[in-house]
Design a protein around this ligand. Structure first.
Ligand SMILES: O=C(O)CCC(=O)C(=O)O
Length: 285
């Protein structure tokens, strides 16, 4: 028996590569997390950018708590079993009336992971709908192998290299995943997905949490992850410590080293050396 998802949702993930929506907390709880993010942004002088958007579970207690949240991890266990790591977290923030977008892509393209057993829990901290640039997926495309992508480095693109899929996919089959605050969608690392700009007067804030079973390895160098459930009998990733407060100095230093190392994997073969480099080239990242 699955712990959180229904049998039908587990089947949908296997056959179509996504499940949505799944409520993981109340709208009020999501609003409280958003407030913690925005309080930090107010104190630090502006929207979270560059390095701070990635591996944010090492920096912010409220992100770390989300990554370990029982309902979220139960859903991931329903898909990939009891031994689980959080490999990454990425904030996808689209400011109100802003051209930032996400091109059609497969997540697996530059991640360097040994297996497609990788799922994203995309947590809505604000309403994500047609007007505010909700994400769409093309059901069933997770059964494709890795397909070629081209790098555009379009400064409005929120992806690391502005990569876009370089083969024809039938976007008329796309399904938009509208979410209310406190709901999440789950998508497979190979599913083709993307999202248009935010045309609304509201900020659209999503946190993408990337989970893997401990059997997955990093093929492109040293890497780290946070054990969120069970036991790691494989030990392919260094285990990350958990912050006890926001922006804890030792965690800030560790985060810098880890984010720089992970950016070197994602940007391999390009001139870009860090997430901050990439943010300097694209003012929306
Ligand atoms: O936030 C979005 O609109 C896209 C997110 C995305 O591409 C992802 O989570 O893999």
């Amino acid at each position: 028996m699955p712990k959180l998802l229904t049998e039908a949702q587990v089947e949908q993930y296997r056959e179509e590569g996504y499940v949505s929506p799944v409520r993981v907390m109340s709208a009020e709880a999501a609003e409280a997390i958003r407030e913690r993010l925005e309080a930090y942004e107010r104190e630090s002088g502006g929207p979270l950018r560059g390095n701070l958007r990635h591996k944010a579970h090492l920096l912010f207690r409220f992100v770390s708590e989300l990554v370990h949240q029982e309902r979220i991890v139960d859903a991931i266990e329903d898909l990939y079993g009891p031994d689980l790591l959080c490999w990454n977290t990425n904030f996808f923030i689209k400011e109100a009336n802003n051209p930032a977008f996400v091109s059609w892509h497969q997540d697996s393209t530059y991640w360097g992971l040994s297996s497609p057993d990788v799922v994203t829990a995309w947590i809505a901290l604000s309403r994500s709908d047609e007007e505010s640039g909700a994400m769409s997926v093309i059901p069933g495309t997770h059964k494709l192998d890795q397909v070629p992508h081209r790098d555009t480095f379009d400064e409005r693109n929120l992806l690391t290299r502005g990569q876009e899929i370089a083969v024809d996919v039938d976007t008329s089959q796309a399904v938009r995943l509208d979410l209310e605050p406190g709901e999440m969608s789950l998508h497979h690392v190979r599913i083709v997905h993307g999202s248009p700009p935010n045309r609304s007067n509201r900020r659209r804030i999503g946190l993408a949490i990337r989970y893997i079973p401990t059997s997955v390895r990093q093929l492109e160098g040293e890497d780290s992850a946070t054990l969120v459930r069970g036991t790691d009998r494989v030990g392919s990733f260094e285990h990350e410590p958990v912050p006890v407060q926001d922006m804890q100095p030792d965690m800030v230093a560790l985060h810098q080293a880890i984010a720089d190392r992970s950016a070197r994997i994602l940007y391999r073969g390009t001139q870009i050396k860090s997430y901050d480099d990439a943010a300097a080239k694209g003012s929306y990242r």
